[in-house]
Design a protein around this ligand. Structure first.
Ligand code: SF4
Ligand code: SF4
Length: 488
């Protein structure tokens, strides 16, 4: 028996145990057989040494066990999934770390879904709490309808205490505030797609029309010939002929930080892009992390249909949240096969990445400034940006703006990982993971924190007291200036 065939539990097999054969862990999921991927694992343990949860939690067995070992090495009569799969934060750092392209997070997501479906009581406090956290989009509209009341009630100590006692949501964190106007309300009030079309047309004329725009885009692509993202996207590295994008704003930008969505719209229109805002559900990120695969499937089905229509209509898909773009690009095609899934995945971009590849963003930023109150940043690249190969881009883009200092906190994980750090039982671990980032941020002694992930931004603020902003807001300040002039 080879090393790879050793069982993981129950110690070494009995001498002469000729019966043993690796089997599929989830026999009913024939169409999702991940054993070929597991066969690529050669047990180097690089994934384990890159796992932030395993680094601080001795009881967490790590991604190698959660992934290839559970998939390949179960005994015939043992289909149980180890409950430690619920301790994985779905940061996906193990995916990037693996030198052998083992589909670790796909294995974890599938195993977690099976675990929740088969093992977790649907009446347990853990299931109800996780389902609520995973379905923020279902509850957020209520808070957004009465934002001042909701913010007042959610900010009360008694509410947080009750949340921890009854649901197991940590009382240590401040619940995010609802905006008094959602992004979609602002978008409709502003005139929706028709107004965007007009503004984009005006901007294109100001910039020398379509021919000049195409030339600039071509120059940018040639200049960025060595750009990793550009290479990775291959054939889809052609901008929409119509300079049209469809914005996937996700839940947080809609209900909590509409200023991020507004910044995206204004920056893209400034480059002459017409913006569409399709109907959309949650990207599914919190559902994958909590093993709610049926919820994720329903949300993804709507998103794929809506986004595929937008692509058909000449648009590329742009997300401002690194976890949303990650989910659509990687998790959708790994887990679902709705018509159009691959196409939607191949045409989805991170907001800054798209501008770098299709416009000469750095050249446009040269000579711009953002004012003394907004000039000294400490930047954290979210794990889901790293997984898309985008960890260096924000620093490079910020460096092009006059008078800005940006300190990079390095490659540590923030520790919150979406809903993970909101669970009372994970709070301490989440803060331990974040310690390295907190220390770097404190040492940087900057004015403002910078990131592209909403929950990383919560953790950065919670652990350091910094005020946090999104990269698109800095680009808006540099490229658009006073937005009341453009939106008034
Ligand atoms: S990094 Fe990849 S090859 Fe190495 S142990 Fe983990 S899954 Fe296996
Ligand atoms: S997704 Fe993150 S927490 Fe989960 S096993 Fe991989 S590295 Fe560890």
């Amino acid at each position: 028996m080879s090393d790879a065939e050793q069982p993981i539990d129950g110690g070494a097999p009995d001498e002469g145990d000729d019966e043993f054969e690796p089997i599929q862990v989830f026999p009913e999921a024939e169409e999702m057989d991940l054993r070929p991927g597991a066969d690529d694992c050669y047990k180097c343990s690089t994934c384990d040494t890159n796992c932030p949860v395993a680094a601080v939690d001795d009881e967490f067995p790590g991604p190698k066990f959660q992934g290839p070992e559970q998939w390949r090495l179960k005994r015939q009569d043992d289909h149980d999934i180890d409950d430690s799969v619920m301790k994985c934060s779905n940061c996906m750092r193990c995916d990037s770390a693996c030198p052998s392209s083992v589909p670790l997070s796909q294995m974890h997501n599938t195993a977690r879904g099976e675990y929740v479906e088969q093992t977790m009581s649907k009446l347990s406090r853990e299931y109800l709490r996780n389902r609520m956290l995973a379905n923020y989009r279902r509850f957020a509209p209520l808070g957004a309808t009465f934002p001042r009341t909701a913010n007042f009630v959610l900010g009360l100590s008694i509410t947080k205490w009750l949340g921890e006692k009854t649901l197991g949501i940590t009382s240590e964190r401040e619940l995010p505030a609802f905006a008094t106007e959602t992004f979609r309300e602002w978008w409709e009030k502003r005139g929706g797609n028709a107004a965007s079309k007009r503004r984009a047309q005006d901007a294109r004329e100001k910039r020398g029309g379509n021919a000049a725009s195409k030339r600039r885009a071509q120059d940018a692509r040639e200049k960025r010939g060595d750009n990793a993202a550009s290479k990775r996207r291959g054939e889809s590295n052609q901008p929409s002929e119509d300079k049209r994008i469809a914005y996937f704003h996700g839940c947080y930008s809609n209900y909590n930080t509409p200023e991020v969505g507004k910044a995206l719209v204004r920056v893209y229109e400034r480059f002459g892009y017409e913006v569409l805002v399709p109907d959309q559900h949650c990207s599914g990120t919190p559902m994958f992390a909590n093993g709610m695969l049926e919820d994720a499937r329903r949300a993804a089905e709507t998103n794929v249909a809506e986004l595929a229509d937008a692509i058909e209509n000449g648009a590329d898909i742009i997300a401002s949240c690194s976890s949303c773009s990650m989910s659509i690009r990687q998790e959708y095609p790994e887990l679902f096969d709705f018509e159009g899934t691959e196409d939607v995945s191949a045409n989805t971009w991170d907001a800054v990445e798209y501008l770098r590849v299709h416009e000469d963003l750095e050249a446009e930023l040269e000579g711009t400034s953002v004012g003394a109150e907004f000039d000294d940043f400490v930047y954290h690249a979210p794990c889901h940006s790293r997984n898309q190969g985008l960890n260096g881009q924000t620093i490079e883009v910020m460096d092009a703006i006059d008078g800005i200092d940006v300190h990079d906190v390095g490659d540590s994980c923030s520790g919150i990982s979406g809903t993970y750090g909101w669970k009372a039982e994970n709070y301490e671990t989440s803060m331990k993971i974040g310690e390295e980032m907190f220390e770097h941020m404190a040492d940087a002694d900057a004015r403002t924190g910078l990131t592209e992930c909403p929950t990383c931004s919560m953790q950065m603020e919670h652990g350091t007291g910094y005020e946090i902003t999104h990269t698109l807001e800095v680009l808006e300040a540099a490229l658009v200036g006073d937005s009341s002039e453009t939106d008034g």
